[in-house]
Each structure stands twice: as structure tokens, then as C-alpha cells.
Design a protein around this ligand. Structure first.
Ligand code: OTU
Length: 645
């Protein structure tokens, strides 16, 4: 008889509800959640693997392994789970400010990072994303994104026990630990890859291997090259196995084959294992790439969402407080599809990032404002992770159709933005570095620290105080939007002291071919010391971000994800409202390098006819007077209607 989903579900429920796990005090808690998750999990996995004769076995093993993970979850994390029920998602409060860094560059590994906790407290950080710290190939490892073991760390940073201790110390300080779940690929030195190379069929089936290059052609025709300067195509010949291996990224990063349920099970165990180390949020790396289908781009396929939803369902069983953050650098429509309480509660906001820099270059906020109006809203419990730049390159991922509505041709505009941020376009303020130029289609991305891209490096080169002042304001403007637009702001550490590009990577053979290392600065003791000097650039930037974080904690309206975009009356002025509990915030950002006047009549409309105060400098703002904004000036104007009651 052909097994049906319903029949399997019934058998499963009978077996699991009747099952009494051996003397486990954890079974009642687990089985309560299992009743909820079982139908969903079976439906998700049946759609991927239901045709397989071993489906029942694989499923039973998966649940048993998940229960084992739940039983081994430390008491501290069970307590955390009780305070963070998965059905509520991320409860935004203004306290949340994120930071990201390499443990070995911001500090001297995990123990050194513990000594930096007071520094992070000064900045109001509540969420710390450590860049990949796993065991990885010695020389080239894509900045840690080629993982050789999810259970071992790079010894230079410390042990997994040191990481667990750091997690507990961060939790003590009110900070969540965020870690990458690099689940699209492993390094070619991972145990599974080594066994595959050793000819073990079970592990060869963990990857996509092709004996005949012709088989890869059906795929290749529709794939984009992520690192075209490193290699053409998405397949690498392995002479030892006499096979082509699917390698979407670097040749030493082997894509995992999720058509094989053993891969899903093995990565589920790695996921729960990481969670039990004290991780509150997993950054799901390269989510778009995890399912392959000949004749398609092999990105954003429905089965990719199914896999993530199945991982989410397992997380709710084994580590209920764990949140997922989606990393999808794709079309905005596709990014939105990963964001759901049942998939990824958080998501990078690459559209906002790209359009902030677009507005800074064009001095025209219309594309940015249109996107905020159309694409910023998210389901309750979900949140954007908003950033000015990250450890990666900047790709111009706005939607061509959105640009076309403003008469902008996407491809031409991307060429302009690349020229501008490389500092080659007349009037550019930027010092950026090219990343992965593709001569076949002209595609290119940009690298650089926020300070160097915003004009500080060039201003210091040219010794212009005016340029320096405008560039610092521009940097504060971009971060001021990220800290107020709604969601969780994410600071790449180094930007808080206006660190400039570090060209030293060119002397490091392991990094010289990857310009992303230009914007992954090491800790600077001198900049650190300047952080409290209000006359230094580093000090002014540090104090600015501290102030942003303090204000976020002081006003409920910063905890609100939604906003209302306003007509700033001038294409250089970005204006939006945030509201909560009788308080109205009007954010005004001048993206031009000239002063701009907001006429009284428009200002009165923004402020609801009431008097406001700029939270950033205390200035009183009267509704019936013209308001002057300096070049690149940002205002956070608060009107408190409860005060007048
Ligand atoms: C992600 O990258 C990581 O953020 C990169 O650091 C890694 O190199 C890569 O995956 C492989 O693990 O689109 O969603 O343009 O920005 O590849 C995958 C280069 C990604 C990265 C891009 C990104």
C-alpha cells in the first residue's frame, strides 16, 4: 500500500505519544511541544523525503536525536527558553543594539573578548555576532566560512569551552551571543569531505558530485558566479575522486546535498549542538543556495524554505529560545519570503544598506524613501537587522523595477555607484575597493569601512576640515537612520571609532586576493584611547553611537518596527515618523552637502503643530519657524503629547 502522509502521521503520533522515554524528566516538556510540531515537521520533511523507503527510519532517528539534544541542554539555557517563548519571536525593545566582530581581530580570542565586555557595555551593545571561529583550513578559509568542524574552534581563538564561558559572561552582561550556522557548505577538509575523498559512498552522497562534466552543464547555464575573480562556474574538479564537486562559493567550500536526509539530520545535530553552547541567534549563512534544481538559478527555491522551516520546527523542540537570522543578499521580494515566525524571525536588511549609500552618493533619497514605504513592514515578532555595512562587500541589490519607477536604469545606476564608491567619479567623497569584478557582465561590488566610504579617509588625505566635518556627519547620519528606522541596529566594530580602511591585507598572501579584508580592522589601542576625547573624530563618533543607544533605551518608540515615510519636500531630505505611547519622533536626514531649509508650514505638519526638541543636541524646534539642516545633518525631533496633558 502506498504510504500516505496522513497514515504515517497517525502511526507516528501513536508511537510517539505512547512512547515513554527512559527515565527522562525532560520527556513531558518535550512531548508537549512535540504534539504541536509533529504534524508540521512530518509534512515539511515528507515533501522533501517522503518518497524514500527509509523515510520512517530517518524521521524516527531525527526525533530521537532532537530529544537527546534537548536532554543535554544546560539549565541556564532552559531558563532562557522559558523567558523567550518561540511563538513570540523577537520582542523588540529599545535596549537592543547589535555588534559584529572577529574574535581574533577585535580581541585576542574568546578570553580577550571577555575583557572587552565593559567596552561593549559603554556602547549599549546587547547582541554580539562573532564571525566564524570554527576549525577551518589553515591558509584560505573564506574568513572562516569554510568549516572543517562545527564542534571545534580555531585553536588560536580558544576552545569551545572558552566560547561557552564567554557566552555565559555575555549573558551575565545582558548580551546575546550570535553565531553563524554555515549550513550550505563545509570546507573540503571537513570529516565528511575527507571520507568522501576516501571513496566512502555514504559521505560522497553528502555532496553534489558529478562523474561527467556534461551533467554540470544543465545546472551551470542558470547559475551566477559569486566569486568570478577566483573562478568561473560553480563546480570544481577533484582528481582524487575523479568527480566534479558543486562549489557555489570558493573551490574549497563544498555545497551540502540536502536531497539526502542524512545531511539534514547531520546538520540538525550541528545546529542543536551549537545552540547548546549558549547561542541565542543563529545567522543562517547563504540560505538562498541550499536547494539545487536543474534548469533554475538554484537560489530561493521553495525547498530551501521548507528546509529552514524544518530546522525552525526542530529548534522549537530542542532549543525553543533560539532565533534564526536570514542572510540572503538577493532581490528584496525574495528576502521577504525568508522572514516569518516559522522560518527566520530576523533578517539582514541589505536593501536599506545599499540604498543608504545610494542616497549619500546621489544626494537623492527618493529610492530609499520608496523602499521604506513599500518594503519595511514585517510580521509581528520579526525584525530587520539594519546595518550600514558588514564584513562582506556592498552589492547594489535594489530592485530594478523600483528604480525604473523613478526613471533610473538599474544597470547604469550600479555602474555609477561602483565608480562613485571606488572614488573615481567626479565629486566622490569615497575611498572604496573593488570586489569580484566580472568583465562578462560588468558586475562589481564595493569594500570599505563605513568611515572610508563616507569620506573621512579622503578628507584626511586632502587635509580639508570642511570635508572632514561633512564626512563625519554623513557617517553619523547613516548610522542614525540604522539606529532609528525600526528593528535591530547592527554595528560593525571599528566603525564606532571611525576606523579607516586597512590596506595591510595586501601583504598577507592568505588575504591579498579578497578585498573584504580591507574593512575588517583589528582593534586599535590608539583609537580606543581617543573614544572619550570629544575633539577627536574617533571620540565624536563613539559618543554619537553611545548617545543613539542611550536614547533608544529611553524612548519606547525606538522599539517599534513600523514607521511612516513623510514627504521631506526636498529630494535630499529623508523624513519619517515613529510613534508610541503619545510620543512622536520625526527623523529628518539631510543627504546633501548643502544646508537645506524645511519651511515652517511643512515642519508644523511634521510636528503636529506642537513644539519639539531635537534629542541629539537638545535644540528646541518651534513648529512655525523655518528649520535649517546643516549638510548631512540628522535630527531626531521628539514631540511628547502626553507632556501637555
Ligand atoms: C556569505 O556571503 C558570507 O557572508 C560570506 O562572508 C561568505 O563568503 C559566503 O556567504 C560563503 O559562506 O550571498 O548568502 O558577495 O557577500 O557570498 C551568501 C560575497 C552570500 C558575499 C556573499 C554572501
Amino acid at each position: 500500500m502506498k504510504r500516505t502522509l496522513a497514515c504515517f502521521l497517525e502511526q507516528c503520533q501513536e508511537r510517539w505519544t505512547a512512547r515513554r522515554m527512559p527515565d527522562s524528566t525532560f520527556w513531558p516538556d518535550f512531548s508537549t511541544r512535540l504534539e504541536v510540531e509533529l504534524p508540521r515537521l512530518i509534512e515539511l520533511l515528507w515533501s522533501l523525503y517522503g518518497e524514500r523507503p527509509d523515510f520512517a527510519f530517518q524521521f524516527e532517528e531525527l526525533i530521537a536525536e532532537t530529544f537527546t539534544a534537548f536532554c543535554s541542554r544546560p539549565a541556564r539555557l532552559r531558563e532562557y527558553d522559558r523567558k523567550h517563548p518561540p511563538e513570540s519571536g523577537l520582542q523588540l525593545d529599545g535596549r537592543q543594539v547589535g555588534a559584529v566582530a572577529y574574535a581574533g581581530r577585535f580581541a585576542k580570542g574568546f578570553k580577550g573578548l571577555a575583557d572587552r565586555i565593559p567596552y561593549l557595555k559603554e556602547l549599549g551593545i546587547s547582541y554580539l555576532h562573532l564571525m566564524p571561529f570554527f576549525l577551518a583550513p589553515e591558509k584560505e578559509n573564506d574568513g572562516g566560512y569554510a568549516v572543517s568542524s562545527y564542534r571545534e574552534t580555531d585553536p588560536a581563538l580558544g576552545s569551545m569551552t572558552d566560547l561557552e564561558n564567554l557566552s555565559a559572561q555575555l549573558a551575565q552582561a545582558g548580551m546575546a551571543l550570535v553565531v553563524d550556522f554555515i549550513f550550505n557548505h563545509t570546507s573540503n577538509e571537513h570529516e565528511w569531505a575527507l571520507k568522501a575523498k576516501d571513496g566512502q559512498p555514504r559521505f560522497q552522497d553528502f555532496y553534489y558530485l558529478f562523474a561527467d562534466q556534461a551533467e554540470t552543464v544543465a545546472y551551470q547555464a542558470h547559475l551566477r558566479d559569486i566569486f568570478p575573480e577566483h573562478r568561473k562556474g560553480s563546480f570544481t574538479w577533484d582528481a582524487g575522486m575523479a568527480r566534479w564537486v558543486w562549489t557555489s562559493f570558493n573551490s574549497f567550500q563544498w555545497d551540502l546535498n540536502y536531497r539526502n536526509p542524512e545531511v539534514f539530520r547531520a546538520m540538525a545535530a550541528e545546529m542543536t549542538g551549537l545552540a547548546n553552547r549558549g547561542v541565542s541567534v543563529l545567522r543562517l549563512d547563504a540560505v538562498a543556495f541550499i536547494w539545487k534544481q536543474a534548469g533554475t538559478s538554484c537560489e530561493n527555491l521553495p525547498q530551501a524554505h521548507t528546509i529552514i522551516r524544518a530546522f525552525q520546527s526542530l529548534a522549537r523542540l530542542a532549543c525553543p529560545g533560539l532565533l534564526f537570522k536570514s542572510e540572503a543578499i538577493v532581490h528584496p521580494d525574495d528576502i521577504a519570503k525568508y522572514i516569518d515566525l516559522r522560518e527566520c524571525q530576523l533578517s539582514y536588511n541589505p536593501l536599506l544598506m545599499a540604498e543608504l549609500w545610494e542616497a549619500a552618493a546621489t544626494k537623492d533619497v527618493r529610492l530609499l524613501a520608496a523602499s521604506l514605504a513599500k518594503r519595511h513592514h514585517l510580521p509581528s515578532g520579526c525584525a530587520w537587522v539594519n546595518y550600514v555595512r558588514c564584513h562582506d562587500d556592498i552589492g547594489w541589490t535594489f530592485a530594478d523595477e523600483d528604480a525604473a519607477e523613478l526613471g533610473i536604469k538599474g544597470a547604469d545606476h550600479r555602474s555609477f555607484l561602483n565608480e562613485f564608491y571606488l572614488g573615481r567619479f567626479p565629486g566622490s567623497f569615497s575611498r572604496g575597493v573593488s570586489f569580484q569584478y566580472n568583465p562578462l557582465n560588468g558586475d562589481r561590488r564595493i569594500c570599505g569601512t563605513a568611515a572610508s566610504l563616507a569620506g573621512l579617509e579622503r578628507a584626511l588625505e586632502e587635509g580639508s576640515a570642511t570635508m572632514l566635518e561633512t564626512a563625519l556627519r554623513r557617517l553619523q547620519l547613516l548610522y542614525g537612520i540604522v539606529y532609528s528606522v525600526g528593528g535591530l541596529p547592527l554595528l560593525y566594530l571599528g566603525d564606532e571609532v571611525a576606523a579607516l580602511n586597512d590596506y595591510g591585507y595586501l601583504q598577507d598572501p592568505a588575504h591579498a586576493a579578497d578585498s573584504r579584508w580591507v574593512h575588517r580592522p583589528r582593534w586599535s589601542e590608539s583609537l580606543y584611547k581617543q573614544r572619550l576625547d570629544a575633539n577627536s573624530v574617533a571620540g565624536r563618533m563613539f559618543q554619537c553611537l553611545r548617545r543613539y543607544a542611550q536614547l533608544r533605551r529611553s524612548y519606547k518608540l525606538f522599539a517599534v518596527q513600523s514607521l511612516a515615510v513623510l514627504d521631506g519636500g526636498n529630494k535630499a531630505i529623508l523624513a519619517y515618523h515613529k510613534q508610541a505611547e503619545g510620543q512622536l519622533l520625526t527623523v529628518l536626514g539631510n543627504f546633501s552637502e548643502e544646508p537645506v531649509i524645511i519651511p515652517a508650514v511643512r515642519l508644523a505638519d511634521f510636528l503636529g503643530g506642537a513644539q519639539g526638541a531635537n534629542l541629539l543636541d537638545g535644540r528646541i524646534v518651534l513648529p512655525h519657524e523655518d528649520l535649517a539642516l546643516e549638510p548631512c545633518e540628522l535630527l531626531w525631533i521628539l514631540v511628547d503629547f502626553t507632556a501637555s496633558e
